[in-house]
Structure formats: structure tokens, C-alpha cells
Design a protein around this ligand. Structure first.
Ligand code: UDX
Length: 447
């Protein structure tokens, strides 16, 4: 199958590489010449485990190529995937300008039947806008060509995207056309052989499915964070509560880990965008708004604990921060809880010595000129001369550190853990004071 992918960001590149890997003939198009040059030179602009070898292998095999030439890109694929960004507007709704620009480009250059597949996360009703944009260009050209619009949202987790694509839980396809349905079935057949993972529905339901999935997961996290905050005040241990409720299969163990808030490119943006969509149809999404508001304050829980420990005297204190990406196995810092923490620390006059296994250059890019930030090459270096340690991301290499040397290096033997990686008695054996999220008695407890 000949396939064109517009957008070589995270979703576009993973989709293009995985489709080429099963034998499809894929062209990836991007307007960013520098990005395309890098990709042609075999450089992958993002960190995603397993992506680089797949891109290289398929590019060498001639099944995956990269271009900035819109006309050639439109001419190539019977399927035209739109995988460009939908950044939030000032008011939190998704900005569709890039999606619609691709739709117009397809209308301007197509000369036969195409299926326009929306992979970007787009508000309900975008399928109609894409259809109108393609049609308007065809009208301008005086052509009556056949085309279909499909919504095919992605459910890729950063850090596990290749596996999620190759072994999907589900492949959601929203379409009103039998022809497009059969083409999508054929495209995804290699990923769908043992069990039928394809779920066909109308376009609007497919668009809403993506938002509903992310909003549900974000809700689970905010709910657990609220229970964690309550646990602290009641003298309970949220980790025991988590195991207790997760054993009920109706609740399940997934996505009920309390922490210092969710980040990333999807949950914060999608929860807000769905709430905006609701407001746009005169419906106040009270639950979604609450999910977001709990998350916004959860990102400051670590700062509050640090500040409380030092009795509000953070001026001149040096805080080691381990983990900067919004979750492990990515260098992505979008909406990362570490950012809320570091920015609050700087505001309070503290200095930060930061380490992350992958996100150092991303941190340099975002905060390069920031006073009070030292980027450290190792986690041990971050501890030198620091007064306390804060952990924001649960990278594997933080799971079993040398507690004795942490205790010996820090000027105050205190660890603030935003991901509940340890047990208090494990640390106290080494003379470390331990603050985690929602774990038993602490400064908030009443009664
Ligand atoms: C998410 C969805 O999982 C994916 O299906 C969708 O396509 C895109 O958005 P991603 O943003 O890559 O993927 O990360 P995910 O692993 O879902 O984690 C999101 C955030 O939630 C992270 O900040 C993580 O630390 C946090 N989280 C997750 C928790 O705080 N607790 C949990 O129990 C699970």
C-alpha cells in the first residue's frame, strides 16, 4: 500500500516507520527542511526507544523516505495520514491551523481517489472541517474527485510507542465509507492478524474516543492524587490503599499510581481541550475541570513539602533534582512536574542541581539561561553540595541508589520522593528522612 504521512513529529514518525516495517511504501512529509535533512541523514529528532533502527532499516530498504515536497507527497499515497501538531490555543482549545493546511494541500494537488486519515488528536467535528477544506480546493480547481475522510486516533505512549503501534489494544477507525474501511483494514492487517483489534465507528465517535480515553486515564490519576493528599491528612498510606482498591478487577491496578502530577503532550492538553469543547456546546464539564485543577495543584506538592521542611527559608538553599522528563524513557519535558518544582524553587531563591538520564539537552534548551540552575552529568554529581534531594521521575536508575552515600553527601539528610520509589524504613536505616506522596503521617495530619 502506498502511504503518505504529513508531519514527522512523534506520532507521524512512529506511524510511518511502523507501517514501512510491515512492507508498506511510506513517504513522510514535513515543512521543516532541517528536520527532513536530519532524517535523510539517518538522525532521529526525538528520543524513542526502538525507533531509530526501524527508521534506518526501512529507509535503507527503500520503503521509507522523507521529503518537503508537498506535491510529490500528495501524489504518492492513496492513504494520506495527517499527523501534524494541534497545539493548544490561548484558551486551551486545539489549534487546527496545521491540520487544515495539510487538508488544503491535499485538495490542491490530488488527482485521483484519496483517503484522508486524521491521526492528530482533533476536536469532534474536525472530520467535517477537513472534508470541507479538501472539497473547497477541489472546487477551486473545478475538479470532482472522490475522496474519503477517516478518523484514526493514535494511542501511543511515549517510551513504548513502537510496541503500542506493533501490538495495539485497539485500532479505532471512524468512517462513513465502505471503500475507506476496506483500505484501512488492509493497511492494518499485519497488526491485526491474531485477534481482531479493529473497532469501526462513525467519525465523530472516533474523534471523541481519543479524548475520552485520555480524560479517563487523567481522571484516575487525579483521583488517586486526591486520595494521596487525604491519606497524608488522615495518617493512612496511599500505597496500601492503591493495592487494596487495585485488586478489584473493576478498578484494576493500572494508572492508579499517585505522584507529583501528570504531564506530557497529551493528558494536560486533551483534558483542557475536551473541557473547552464542552463549554463550546454549553455544557460545563465539571469533572474534567476538577481533574485538571487537582493536577495543577499536585505539581506543587513537592515544593510545598520542601518549603515546609525548610520553614519557608529557601533562599540560597541548593536542591538536587533527579528526573526532569515528564515520565521515564523519554526526553520530553512538556508539562513536566519537574518544571513546576524548579520554577517555584527559583522563585523562592533556591538553586537547583539537576540530573536526568535523557532530558539534559532538552533542559538546556528550555532553561539554558536560567540563574540558579546547574546541569549535572550524573545523579551523584547533582548531590554534591546540595541541601536536599527531590525525585520527580521514576527512572530505573533511581530505584536503588546508594542511600548511605546520599546521606553522607547531602547537608540535610532529607529526600522528597514524588514517585513513591522507596520505603521510609529503608532510608531511615541510613539516617535519611523520607517524604513521599500520600504515605502516612506528615505535616498535614490532623487528629
Ligand atoms: C498518554 C496515553 O497513555 C496514550 O495512550 C496517549 O496516546 C497519549 O497520552 P503519554 O503522555 O506518553 O501517553 O504518557 P503516560 O504513560 O500515559 O503518562 C502520562 C502521565 O501520567 C505521566 O506524567 C505519568 O507520570 C503520569 N502517571 C501515569 C501517573 O502519575 N500515575 C499513573 O498511575 C500513570
Amino acid at each position: 500500500m502506498k502511504i503518505t504521512i504529513f508531519g514527522t513529529g512523534y506520532v507521524g514518525l512512529v506511524t510511518g516507520a511502523c507501517l514501512a516495517d510491515v512492507g508498506h511504501d511510506v513517504v513522510c512529509m514535513d515543512v521543516d527542511q532541517a528536520k527532513i535533512d536530519k532524517l535523510i541523514g539517518g538522525q532521529i529528532p526525538i528520543y524513542e526507544p526502538g525507533l531509530e533502527p526501524i527508521v534506518k532499516h526501512n529507509a535503507e530498504a527503500g520503503r521509507l523516505s522523507f521529503t518537503t515536497d508537498t506535491e510529490a507527497a500528495v501524489a504518492h499515497g492513496e492513504l494520506q495520514f495527517i499527523a501534524v501538531g494541534t497545539p493548544p490555543d490561548e484558551d486551551g482549545s486545539a489549534d487546527l491551523q496545521y491540520v487544515l493546511a495539510v487538508a488544503r494541500a491535499i485538495g490542491q494537488h490530488m488527482d485521483g481517489y484519496k483517503v484522508v486519515v486524521d491521526k492528530s488528536t482533533v476536536p469532534v467535528g474536525t472530520g467535517d472541517k477537513v472534508r470541507d477544506a479538501v472539497r473547497a480546493e477541489l472546487d477551486r480547481r473545478g475538479l470532482e474527485l472522490d475522496f474519503d475522510v477517516v478518523s484514526n486516533p493514535e494511542f501511543l505512549k511515549e517510551g513504548a510507542a513502537i510496541n503500542d503501534f506493533m501490538k495495539p489494544d485497539r485500532i479505532v477507525v471512524g468512517t462513513d465509507s465502505d471503500r475507506a474501511r476496506e483500505l484501512l483494514r488492509e493497511t492494518y492487517y499485519p497488526f491485526n492478524r491474531n485477534h481482531d483489534r479493529m473497532i469501526f465507528m462513525d467519525i465523530r465517535s472516533a474523534e471523541l474516543t481519543k479524548y475520552a480515553a485520555n480524560a479517563m486515564l487523567a481522571t484516575k490519576i487525579s483521583f488517586m492524587n486526591e486520595i494521596a493528599n487525604l491519606s497524608e491528612r488522615l495518617g493512612a498510606d496511599v500505597e496500601a490503599v492503591r493495592r487494596g482498591i487495585g485488586s478489584d478487577p473493576r478498578i484494576g491496578y493500572h494508572f492508579i499510581y499517585p505522584g507529583c502530577g501528570y504531564g506530557g503532550s497529551c493528558f494536560p492538553k486533551d483534558v483542557q481541550a475536551l473541557a473547552r469543547t464542552a463549554a463550546g456546546c454549553d455544557y460545563e464539564a465539571r469533572l474534567l475541570n476538577a481533574v485538571e485543577s487537582v493536577n495543577l495543584s499536585q505539581k506543587y506538592v513537592l515544593f510545598d513539602k520542601v518549603s515546609h521542611y525548610f520553614q519557608g527559608q529557601l533562599d540560597g538553599k541548593v536542591i538536587a533534582v533527579w528526573g526532569l522528563s515528564f515520565k521515564p524513557n523519554t526526553d520530553d519535558m512538556r508539562e513536566a512536574p519537574s518544571r513546576a518544582l524548579m520554577e517555584a524553587l527559583w522563585k523562592a531563591g533556591a538553586k537547583v542541581q539537576a540530573f536526568d538520564p535523557e532530558a539534559m539537552s532538552e533542559t538546556q534548551r528550555i532553561y539554558g539561561d536560567q540563574d540558579g540552575l546547574t546541569l549535572c552529568g550524573t545523579k551523584e554529581q547533582a548531590l554534591k553540595g546540595a541541601d536536599a534531594l527531590v525525585i520527580c521521575t521514576e527512572w530505573k536508575e533511581f530505584r536503588s541508589p546508594d542511600f548511605a552515600s546520599i546521606a553522607a553527601t547531602l547537608s540535610e539528610p532529607v529526600v522528597f520522593d514524588g514517585r513513591n520509589l522507596y520505603e521510609a524504613d529503608m532510608l531511615s536505616r541510613h539516617g535519611l528522612i523520607y517524604y513521599a506522596i500520600g504515605r502516612g503521617r506528615n505535616q498535614f495530619q490532623v487528629g
